[in-house]
Design a protein around this ligand. Structure first.
Ligand SMILES: [Zn+2]
Length: 242
């Protein structure tokens, strides 16, 4: 089994709130986790920067890249790449698709992560998931760039969106990230442009830990997780034992 994973993040901060713990945890387990940020969230998720005098698109992008690189470092992520395809909306045309398929084939992830399938507040997020599924499919096609190593069947985990209940997102997997919480918290604090979200996502992690405790046995031996992240998986699991 390949010990690699691939995160596809619409904007440069999404991977931090939604799966920073999963990234840090799998790095400690010997995985190489690659993060692709399709954009910097330069237009749509950088309001605090735009409120500053004399701000330009170039300055916002540079600042958001710096923050994301620092966050990736805090999580010990193996690699972070910036596609810079613009945001609000993302340009997910043929060229971006080719680039993404090349990355998927090169990384050969054991699992992938992206956004919820539905997000009426932020269509960049849901189109990213649709795009990720399309690229996964192309990477599995024997007729696409014959001779390259074809992709197997990595699970796609959909990470937790903002305003969960509006997104038709229902978790079926809860990951205990207690051991790496300090790394995630450090990464969150790299996101200076979105300070209003820091405590919201700490709170989400604490609440998901409550669900971890309940679903791992509750009062009858549940594990005492303090922080957790939840995910919805897209594909069935293939098992020998239930
Ligand atoms: Zn986003």
């Amino acid at each position: 089994m390949s010990k690699t994973a691939l995160v596809v993040s619409a904007h440069s901060a999404d991977f931090v709130w939604r799966c920073g713990g999963a990234i840090a945890l799998h790095q400690t387990q010997g995985y190489d986790v690659t993060v692709v940020c399709l954009s910097y969230g330069e237009r749509g998720e950088s309001a605090k920067l735009w409120k500053q005098e004399g701000m330009t698109l170039g300055k916002v992008k540079a600042e958001r890249q710096r923050e994301a690189e620092n966050a990736a470092k805090a999580l010990d992520a193996h690699d972070i790449r910036f596609f810079d395809v613009g945001d609000y909306p993302l340009d997910l045309g043929r060229e971006t698709q080719e680039r993404m398929v090349d990355v998927i084939r090169k990384v050969q992830p054991a699992f992938m992560m992206s956004h919820s399938k539905w997000d009426p507040y932020n269509t960049d997020h849901m189109y990213t998931t649709d795009f990720t599924l399309t690229c996964r499919m192309i990477a599995q096609a024997w007729g696409h760039k014959p001779g390259e190593k074809v992709l197997g069947a990595p699970q796609l985990y959909l990470f937790e969106p903002h305003q969960t209940e509006q997104m038709e997102w229902k978790p079926d997997t809860i990951l205990d990230i207690t051991d790496v919480w300090e790394k995630k918290w450090a990464a969150i604090q790299c996101m200076q442009g979105q300070e209003h979200l820091w405590h919201f996502y700490k709170n989400v992690a604490e609440n998901r830990a409550n669900h971890f405790r309940r679903n791992s046995g509750g009062q009858a031996g549940g594990r005492a997780a303090q922080y957790a992240e939840a995910f919805q998986s897209v594909f069935p699991r293939t098992v020998d034992t239930l």
